[in-house]
Design a binder for this molecule. Structure first.
Ligand code: 1HN
Length: 350
């Protein structure tokens, strides 16, 4: 252990004043704030947003604010530990609940942050990404990668709500976040790539081996497929062992987006699991079921459509409270960014 570091109070006032006048500051009084021993200082709190509580206010936003005045009608889920105004669920993850009403459209734009949508309720919503029309049904994951034109619409009845997850905090921190407005892309009437070119795991269009489709070949991951795949995996996985599938780029097998990663997890009736402790922060969203998650000793109970923040380095335990029904969780994490930056870690249980 190093000795106790010097404080600001130990330094002469005129010395500090003269440094400040030059926009210079001593490191040692602040070193442990930016470089603590053993574990990062985490302002992010384990926190749950109840969908049942937030939903009425989202519907109210539908009455109060027409689409023309919102561009995107969203209530942001902001972690109280990070300050509501910073609009972050974790240091790197933005999440919000977006509402679109029948017949509405959200204008076409593109921006530097990457977004994904995870559908919470309603039928008939869609997103168009550069002309590819992506239907949005409950549990579907839709990608709108950095720089790609996208707009939303709703051809059904009743409200459609989805969870937006963006890498906005990182892009904004880099002072690199901006958007461009554009004309709506005429949607093609072809089925999306999840129904055609990337219909089955392990199969890609033959020609794509010679000429890659580009960085983002697949922008829709239908929940019906993921749910069925989780059931099949669970049938051959011992109880207590984690049943979880990662969403990847079908051409590279790597994470589907550069900063944030996505996965879906099944908890069998009555099952309790303890995922390995990781350096990455995450947001979990309940697709189906009810249960509780213990995060660094704090227990959050959840039901369908609830969303929760999990800080970096947290010890986590998930439990399905139902003894008859499975539960399904959708996870967003920043592990792809940690890996790229070279400090992704998994820790042995304490
Ligand atoms: C955005 O473009 C969407 O396209 C939703 O639906 C939420 C939050 C911050 C910045 C851009 C969308 C967003 C966003």
């Amino acid at each position: 252990m190093s000795s106790q570091l010097g404080t600001r109070e130990e330094l002469p006032a005129d010395y500090l004043d003269e440094l400040e006048a030059m926009s210079v500051t001593p490191l040692w009084p602040s070193l442990r704030q930016v470089l603590p021993y053993d574990q990062p200082i985490r302002a992010t709190r384990p926190f749950k947003w109840s969908y049942r509580k937030v939903r009425p206010y989202l519907m109210r936003a539908g009455e109060l604010t027409p689409m023309e005045k919102a561009e995107r009608r969203v209530l942001v889920l902001a972690n109280p530990g990070l300050g509501i105004d910073s609009m972050r669920a974790t240091p790197s993850i933005y999440v919000g609940l977006q509402l679109i009403l029948p017949g509405e459209t959200a204008p076409c734009h593109r921006h530097t942050p990457t977004a994904v949508r995870f559908v919470v309720e309603g039928n008939g919503g869609y997103t168009v990404v550069e002309g590819e029309k992506l239907p949005m049904e409950k549990g579907d994951l839709i990608l709108t990668p950095s720089g790609m034109w996208h707009d939303h619409g709703h051809e059904g009845d009743g409200p459609v709500v989805w969870l937006d997850a963006l890498d906005l905090p990182t892009v904004h921190y880099l002072e690199a976040s901006y958007c461009i407005e554009g004309e709506v892309f005429p949607p093609s009437n072809l089925p999306d790539a999840s129904q055609t070119r990337y219909r089955r795991a392990g199969l890609v269009p033959f020609q794509s081996l010679g000429q890659k489709q580009g960085r983002y070949p697949l922008c829709r991951y239908p929940w019906t497929e993921v749910r069925a795949a989780l059931f099949d995996l669970a049938a051959h996985t011992a109880m207590g062992e984690i049943v979880q599938l990662a969403y990847v780029n079908p051409e590279t097998g790597e994470e589907c987006l550069p900063i944030l990663g996505f996965s879906a997890q099944m908890l069998r009736p009555g099952e309790e699991v303890e995922p390995v402790r990781r350096s990455a922060s995450s947001v979990m969203h309940v697709i189906e079921g009810e249960g509780e998650t213990e995060i660094d000793g704090e227990t959050l109970t959840w039901v369908e459509s609830d969303t929760a923040s999990i800080p970096t380095h947290a010890q986590v335990r998930h439990r399905n409270r139902s003894t008859s029904k499975p539960a399904f969780l959708f996870h967003v994490d920043d592990a792809p960014l940690h890996r790229k930056l070279g400090f992704y870690e998994e820790f042995a249980s304490r």
